[in-house]
Each structure stands twice: as structure tokens, then as C-alpha cells.
Design a protein. Structure first.
Ligand SMILES: [Zn+2]
Ligand SMILES: [Zn+2]
Lengths: 315, 279, 279, 315
């Protein structure tokens, strides 16, 4: 039995005890407390000391909190904007206007889909040219309305398809980066799951970049790196370690500003807790950025990105 | 090495080997044995079949600028091998080898120059240098060059030949996409024009950042223009690639570039473009 | 009058006759005789077949705003009949007749209102008024409303039902396209949001000006969204129109609108949109 | 024999006399002078007192100076920009960067084509969605590079086609108007031939709007107005008069700032002279606008368009 299966069994048992206690008026609090301690321990065990490769697997879980349900839980109100105004709409990259703790904000996010049908339509979160052209349009709306911009990233990468190329996906990604860098209000990005390559960085040129503890951010998938550099897909685990794609590696490299802890067992074990943690971090960073005058915001943004890796800041 | 296409008009990537200097070179596209000097005179286009060979950064510079007008910038100080990376060979060794083979500090060469009398800041990539990939060094050289162009109010010209990001520098190479665009915004703030020249290949993170936000974009006839490589697309999606996919002509027809020109006319085309860009 | 489509799912335009108030109305789409009060309660959607009837501007306002919250703006002073135009009948007579029939000053009605408690500046077109065409009067009413929205920092809502420009005012009607966009820029400068609602029909110069530059665009389910009318396209180009061409769904699939909603849910949809647009 | 044919005969005769005089060393200057006077008279007659409907015909002449040849003659240097960066390129609406009397400018223009093949491809100057999206892109480039914007208009109207609709031609036209109104440098439009409806106004929201003497600018074609308002195409001539679409009507309505005279006989009889006249007027208006600070430019622009037709300024 895997740790995860064991955890599930324990949780069911605890739940049953609670039900019993309530139904029959029994005091089972001691028994329940023992179980709860075991559960907490197991969750910690599941989370700590896990390898980069395991984190890659965790970041890719389809049940990881993300996408539309995440945004709907995060914001009191969310109104979706659709379409790039030229070609179409992309279900893998979505966005709109929202209220977050009373503040008006614009939100962009990858949506991987919950059902198999939705996942197929959203290409498992790989957005196409239309998605990125739409994202740029929504950034422009947000700029016009003077709204802070939040992005929630979870994508294996941009979609490599014939139509994507025909509609200039490269230009669309480049335009997103540019528009985000010109945004006249604070921008905060949160990497919730996979931060895959160009498809992620298009939404990550933010004033602050946060990441969940078991999320990843990488120039290439470990499998891709293995097959290109080692000419052998079996080296994916090694690549995962060497690419420094885990949250803590990224923090050390100065690429992300904060690692948001996940609940014991991983974000997927506690949707609400994860949303709350992200919300708290978002509001804190927005609170720090909001008072800054525009020229200072742009100066700090320039400084942040102009020198990435330029000096031996890491190691 | 020549750029070949197979019968379905797709590009075939070719291993770039160490540049020796034999007197005769074989065109891998038509099989012709070509006298090296002759190939050089023809700007590395096969005199028999018209196939485009890679042009090294220095040869590209020589083909574009007024004689003797190029002044190379000093290499910047950057983090070398920021991840301490090694695959089959250590990244440091790969870098050393690339430097020795290409006689370049990095996959992009930068300097000031004149093109038919017009002063510009010129940056040219070299595909032989680890596939023209963009790591911290390339990002730094490009950003410095753009800052200089903005300051000196000279047009910025960027000739792309790149397979994408420098995988061995991990996420730091990915973030060079942001670095070069933040520097590009400096050009915009100064109303200084930026001309991109797409050659073979113009793909991945370089096209999806600095390559995608020029004021004016010229593609060389033999260019490959695309975000994802043809093989990746076929493998990931199972889609059949249409004829001429990701060629310069495809890019023109799909509204991505302003002009397509043969290599022999690139210098003249650039000078025409620059003439309307400077006072 | 109901909005019909023929078997190929195209819209069929219907002559708008004088609004009498018979007790019973026949649905031209399914033939059903409907009690007028019943039709009204159903927001002029046929209870049998779901066909959308035109909604007059006043009925539309009533269907969208909080009871009693609408304060109509005074009509502006504008050049009436600036060209002294007459076709089969003098334009002045046409204007007089439209005013009498619709009890409106022009093809658009403007006022301040509240939608589920949110104060807005609301403008609603009426197709019965010379085809909802935009002349100097419509342009002026819209521009004034936008200036007021910018000043009072209230969201601007524009419900379109228009066949295009007011031909009888010649090039002056064409230039209303510029007038409404220059006023729309005032909204942008003030960071005041603008929501467009597309209904049947949203075409021509109104769509290609103010209708095309909203921050947020909602289409009513029965909307027709297009620059050129279906018949013009067929006659000019000889092209076959694809099924569902220029429907709200078509507009959504082609990335032109943010949402499509049935008439009955438009008020709720608008208030949801507004709730994220105001502090 | 029509006046035009008579003119042609006279011109050939004069040319022959000149050739004879030169070849045989004869002095035929008196005879030539008589002919030249007749020619001038006929040209004046052709131009004056012509009806609105005749002007509509003249504005539509395929040999009217316009399009790429016009721009190439007008500017010392012209570099074309192509493509909307999302879908494609449109040969009916073209543009690029140019040098005009030493000044850097951006130029947008309709191109109707010279050869039948070119005309077919350019749909006789009816630009599609891609053309207007491209135009907006070029306006953005011009704004970024701080260049004045010139537009040269000659179109029956925007193209009414399925693909045009699918790519949101209405939004593209609206976006052109908007972008032109936001342009940070002077903008001057010249109507060279047909100024047809939305397809024309997309490029005509300029600080100054000039028009050639025999060009037109109208909300609808006279034929269209006749069939809609009179329900009979035969009323096209009457509609042409009533729509007030001639240069002089437009000047009276305050819609255009200047009517550029055409050479006797019409612009098509003198390509070079027409180009020169347009060039002179363009430079004069640019010269007036260039010294204005941006806020003043925008104030005047707002004033100009905000009140079109709002007061009884005409008649
Ligand atoms: Zn060869
Ligand atoms: Zn019915």
C-alpha cells in the first residue's frame, strides 16, 4: 500500500469515528486525536524530502487546485472575458475581471479542465495562439481600466500545432511578455502547478512571482531535456534534479519571490487551504506594490528582469 | 552546412560540425563539390542548387556592414554555468568547446557598425554556438546592445539564428526572454527603431521574445520561422504539416513578416529599411 | 415583430410597421397567436418557439434597470436634416413619423439608471426608429452620455440595435463613427468601463465604431453581429454563407464577444459584469 | 465624339506637329499654340460644371492616381510593412514607413491595382479584415517611433465577405478609428478617389482631411442609396447629388479642410501634377501641425470630431 493509499484509509477511519461519535453521542476524541496525529505525520512525510522528480509528478496532478475552480474560489466575483477579437477563443488560457478581497483586478490563468472532454478541448492546459492573443487583449483592457493584473500559471507549455504556428504563437507570447512589462499597475504571478517554458513565461513577467511549494518552473520538461541532452528519456529524473525547477531551487536562484507552503500531503489534498494560502500571499504582495507610484513600479520591474542571471547571484 | 528540405518542403536539421577549412565543400542538398572561396563569394548559397548554408556570425556581419565599420563590443561579465550543469558532458566544457570552435564569446555577436552609411547597433546570432541558444550571456549581450542603441539613438538590428533557449541554464535561460523584452521596451521609450532579421532557424524562445516584437521584420529566403520545431509538432499532435510550413514564404503569407529577401539582397533591403527609419 | 431565420439559419429582416397595440400578436416564426400581455411578460420572446421579437428602447430599459431608476436625459440640440435630404419622402417627414411612432427623439435613448443597485449611464437603441440608424442626433446623444459617464465615473452601457448609418444624413452620419469613438477615448482616459450589448441587429457603422471598441461585450442570444448584411455579402461576393453565420454563437466562436446570454438572463449577466467593473 | 475623345485627337495632333517641327527644322509654333489653347479650353470644360454623378465616375476611374505608384512618386523612399501578425496580409490596404521631403512618416493607403490580376487580388480596393488589422498595427509602429501618419484613401468600401466577418472586420475598422484618434503625432488624410463608407473612414479620423477636386466621400454609394431609399437603382444620379459627396459639398459641410485642385481634365490626365499638388498640400498641413504640443493636438482633434454635425453649421 502506498503512503497515499494509507493516508486515505486513515482519513476515512477518522471520518467514520467522527460520524459515530456524533450519531451516538459517544466521546471518541482521544481515538480521533491519535488518528489525526498519524494523518498529520503521514502528510508531512509525503511532502518533505521528496525528490524533484516527485515534485514534477505532483505539479502535474490533474486534481491539483488550478484553473477556473481555483479562480472562482479565490475571488468573490469573476467575470470571464473571451476571444482574441480576430480569430477565436481558447479554452486553455482564460481570463477576466474579478473582485479579490474587495479590490478590482484582472486575472489570467491556464485551465486544464476537470472532465476528460474538457481536458481534451483545453489540450491539457496547452494554450494556442488564440489564447495568448486573448491574454494580451485582456491585459490591454486591464491597463485601460487601471487594474492590477494577476496570473495563475499551470501549463505543460504552449501548444505546438499547425494552427498555432499559422496564427503566430511566437509573436503572441512575445506580445504578452511585452504588454505585461508595460502594465501600468502591479502585476503578480503565481505558479500553481507546471510552469512550462514559453507558455508559462508569457504570463510570468510580473512584479512578483510566487510559487506553490510543489509547483515547478522550467525551460523544458525533464523528459524533453533528457531526450535532447542525454539522447535518452530514461534520464528524465536526473534532468529534473539538474534543471533546478523546484520551488526551493527557484527561490535560491532568485527567480521567485516567495514559496507558498502547501498543506501536508500536497495542494491536492486541501483545495480550500491552498486557495487561502495563495490568497493571503497575493493580497500581501499586492498590498506592498499598490502604494508605489508608476515610475517606481516600472523602475523596479526593469531592475528585476534586466539583471536575471547577469551576475553570479546564485551558488 | 547547407539547409536542406526534404521532398515535402520541410526543413531537415543538420548536425553542425566543427568548422574546418577544407578547400572544397560538398553541398548536401545537390551533392555538388564547391570550391570554398567560390561558396564564400556567393554568400554561402550553393551556386548550383541555391541551398542556403549556415552563415557564421562574423561572416554575416561582413556580408551586411560597410567594410571596416564593425566595432565589436567587449563581452559582458555574466554568471557562467549558473546551475553547475552537466549532462553527457559538463556544460562548462560545452561552452569552452563552442568558444574555441566559433571564436565567439557567446551565440550572439554585438557591435556598432554602419550599413550603407547608416550607423546601427548590430547583433548577430551564430547557430554553431550551442544551436544559437539564448542563455544568460546571450540575454546580457542583447540587453546591453539595446540599452546602447537607445542611448545613442541608433537603430537596433538583430539577426536571428537560434534553436531556442539554452537548456543547460535552466529557468535562467527562460527568463532571458523577459530580460530582452524589458530592454526592448527601452528602445520603444526612446522611439528608437528595432529591425529583426529572421534566418534559419528562428524558433523557440528567441522568436517568442525579442524576435516577436520588432518594429520591422525581414525574413531571409531560407529562413525557418516558428515557435515549435516541425518534428515536435508532428510528434505531439500527430498533425500533417502542410507544404511549405514555417518557411519564410509561409510567414509572409500568414502576416508574420514584412518582407522576404534572398541572402544576396539582404544588405540592400536592410539599408532601404534603415533609410526610412533614421532622420 | 419577431426575428426569423430561414431554413439555412440566416436572419430574415422584417419590415417594422407602426406599433399598434392589439391584444393578440402573431409570431411570424411559428404562427402562434400570442396574448400581448403574455408576450410582454416573456420579454418579447415567443413562448412557443423561442423566437426573439424586437424590443423597443423603452421596453429594453425596463427589462434591464431597477424599477424607477431610469432618468432620461434631455434631447440635445443638433442639426436636423443637415443635408436637406429627400428621397421618396422628405427626410424631415420620415423623422417626424419615426418620432411619432416610437415616442422617441432619436434612435437611441439615454439616461442614468441603476442595474441591481449599480449606477450606470445607459444608452439603448431602437430599431423601429429608421432602422436604428446613427445620424448626427444618435452620435450626439451617445457622445454626451459618454462624456457624462466619464465625468461621473459611472460605467457606460450601450445596447445596440442598428442597421448602420443614417443614409439621409450623408457623410455627416459616417463621421458619427469618429465622433462616438473620440468620446469613447474620453472614457478610456478616465478609466471608466464601457460595456456593449449586441442585439438584433448589430451591424454596419455602429458595430464598426462604438460597437467594436468596448471593454466588455455581451451578445444577446438572438443577436445578428456583422459589418455587412448577409444579403450584401451574397450579392457582392457570390459566397455561400456558412450555417449560423453572424449569429451570436458565431461571434463567440470567432472571438468577437465575451458572452452570449438569453434575453431573460441579460439583466443578471449585466449586473455580474458590472459588479467586477465598479469599486 | 465625346469631349474626351476630342481632347485625345487634339493632343495627338499637337504632338505630331511638335515632332514634325523638330524633325524638319520648321517653325510651327503659331499652329501649335492655337492647338494648345484649344486643348486647355477643352480640359477646363471637362472639369468645370460637371455633375456629382460625373464626379463619382471620375473618382472611380481605374487610371486615377492612387495606390502604390502614387506613394512611390510622393515619397523619396518607401518601405512597405506587411501582415497583421495574426492571420495574413491584405493587398488592398497597404502601408509602411516613408520619407517625405526629408521627414520620416508612416503611410497607409488603399491599393486598387493596375493590372486585371492585381485588381482581382486587391478586390478593386476593398480591404478585408486583415487589411484593417494590419493598418492598426502600422499605426502602432508609427506611434512607437513618433512618426506623423499620412493616409491616402481610395476605396469603394470595406470588403463584405465571409472571411472578413469571421475575422471581425467591424472591430478592425473601429480599432483603426480609435488608434488614429490616439496617435501621438499629426495625422493627415487625403481622399484621392472614392472615399467609400466605413472602409474609408477607418483611415480618415485625421487632424486634417484633404480631398482631390473630383474625389468623393460618402456614407454609401449612390447606387446603394438609390436601391435602399428609392428602391430603384435608376435614382443613382439623383442620390449622388443629394448625398453631398463631392469635394466642394464636403468643404461646405466642414468635413474636409481643403480641396486640392486637379489639373484640367482630371487627375488622371496628369499623374505627376496631381502628386505634386497633394505633396504640397500635405507638407503645408504637416508644417502647421508639427509644432503643436501633444495635448494641444489632442484637444483640437477632439474638438474637430466631437461636434461634427452637432450644430447647424452647414446651410
Ligand atoms: Zn547545392
Ligand atoms: Zn413563435
Amino acid at each position: 500500500m502506498s503512503d497515499e493509499e494509507r493516508l486515505k484509509v486513515l482519513e476515512e477511519k477518522a471520518e467514520e469515528l467522527r460520524r459515530l461519535a456524533q450519531a451516538n453521542g459517544l466521546d471518541l476524541s482521544a481515538e480521533i486525536a491519535v488518528l489525526e496525529e498519524k494523518i498529520a505525520e503521514l502528510k508531512r512525510a509525503l511532502c518533505l524530502g521528496i525528490s524533484p522528480w516527485e515534485r514534477v509528478q505532483m505539479a502535474r496532478r490533474p486534481d491539483r487546485p488550478s484553473g477556473l475552480p481555483f479562480v472562482q474560489a479565490l475571488c468573490e466575483a469573476f467575470y470571464e472575458l473571451r476571444g482574441d477579437r480576430v480569430v477565436g477563443d481558447d479554452p486553455a488560457l482564460r481570463g477576466g475581471l474579478a473582485k479579490l478581497a474587495g479590490h478590482r483586478v484582472a486575472v489570467l490563468f491556464h485551465h486544464r479542465g476537470a472532465t476528460p472532454e474538457e481536458q481534451r478541448r483545453a489540450r491539457f492546459g496547452m494554450a494556442s495562439a488564440q489564447g495568448y492573443w486573448k491574454a494580451r487583449r485582456i491585459m490591454e483592457v486591464a491597463a485601460r481600466l487601471d487594474l492590477p493584473l494577476l496570473t495563475l500559471i499551470n501549463t505543460p507549455g504552449a501548444y505546438p500545432g499547425v494552427q498555432a504556428e499559422a496564427h503566430n504563437i511566437a509573436g503572441a507570447i512575445a506580445s504578452c511578455i511585452w504588454q505585461m512589462l508595460r502594465h501600468p499597475r502591479p502585476t503578480v504571478a503565481v505558479i500553481l502547478g507546471e510552469g512550462g517554458s514559453g507558455g508559462a513565461v508569457a504570463l510570468a513577467a510580473a512584479d512578483r512571482v510566487l510559487i506553490l511549494e510543489n509547483a515547478t518552473y522550467s525551460v523544458i520538461s525533464p523528459e524533453g531535456a533528457a531526450s535532447i541532452l542525454w539522447k535518452d528519456a530514461k534520464f528524465a529524473q536526473e534532468a529534473a534534479a539538474k534543471l533546478k525547477l523546484t520551488a526551493h531551487d527557484l527561490r535560491e536562484l532568485g527567480v521567485v519571490d516567495e514559496v507558498i507552503p502547501e498543506p501536508p500531503g500536497g495542494a491536492h489534498t486541501d483545495f480550500t487551504g491552498t486557495v487561502e494560502a495563495v490568497r493571503e500571499a497575493l493580497l500581501r504582495h499586492l498590498g506592498e506594490l499598490t502604494p508605489l507610484p508608476l515610475d517606481e513600479l516600472l523602475r523596479l520591474r526593469y531592475k528585476r528582469y534586466r539583471h536575471v542571471g547577469s551576475t553570479n547571484s546564485a551558488h | 552546412m547547407p539547409i536542406r528540405r526534404d521532398k515535402r518542403d520541410r526543413y531537415v536539421e543538420i548536425e553542425v560540425s566543427a568548422p574546418q577549412e577544407p578547400l572544397w565543400v560538398r553541398c548536401e542538398s545537390c551533392g555538388e563539390l564547391i570550391f570554398r572561396r567560390k561558396l564564400q563569394e556567393n554568400q554561402y548559397v550553393c551556386p548550383r542548387c541555391g541551398a542556403y548554408f549556415f552563415l557564421s556570425a562574423r561572416e554575416r556581419v561582413a556580408s551586411l556592414v560597410d567594410d571596416g565599420s564593425f566595432t565589436e563590443f567587449l563581452p559582458p561579465r555574466v554568471a557562467e554555468d549558473p546551475l553547475g550543469f552537466a549532462d553527457q558532458i559538463p556544460y562548462k566544457d560545452r561552452l569552452t568547446r563552442a568558444r574555441k570552435e566559433t571564436e565567439l564569446f557567446e551565440a550572439v555577436l554585438a557591435g556598432s557598425a554602419q550599413i550603407q552609411g547608416i550607423p546601427v547597433i548590430l547583433t548577430v546570432m551564430d547557430f554553431r554556438f550551442i544551436g544559437g541558444s539564448m542563455g544568460v550571456g546571450v540575454g546580457e549581450i542583447l540587453a546591453l546592445a539595446m540599452e546602447r542603441a537607445a542611448q545613442e539613438r541608433k537603430p537596433f538590428v538583430f539577426v536571428i539564428s537560434s534553436g531556442g533557449a539554452r537548456v543547460q541554464e535552466g529557468v535562467l535561460s527562460l527568463l532571458q526572454m523577459v530580460k530582452v523584452v524589458v530592454a526592448r521596451e527601452r528602445l520603444a521609450q526612446a522611439a528608437v527603431p528595432y529591425v529583426a532579421v529572421l534566418t534559419y532557424p528562428s524558433t523557440g524562445g528567441v522568436l517568442a521574445s525579442l524576435g516577436g516584437v520588432a518594429d520591422l521584420t525581414i525574413a531571409e529566403e531560407g529562413a525557418l520561422v516558428g515557435f515549435a520545431g516541425p518534428r515536435v509538432i508532428e510528434q505531439t499532435t500527430g498533425e500533417r504539416l502542410p507544404p511549405g510550413f514555417q518557411t519564410a514564404k509561409f510567414a509572409l503569407e500568414h502576416g508574420m513578416v514584412d518582407a522576404v529577401v534572398p541572402r544576396a539582397k539582404l544588405r540592400e533591403e536592410l539599408s532601404q529599411a534603415l533609410s526610412v527609419l533614421v532622420a
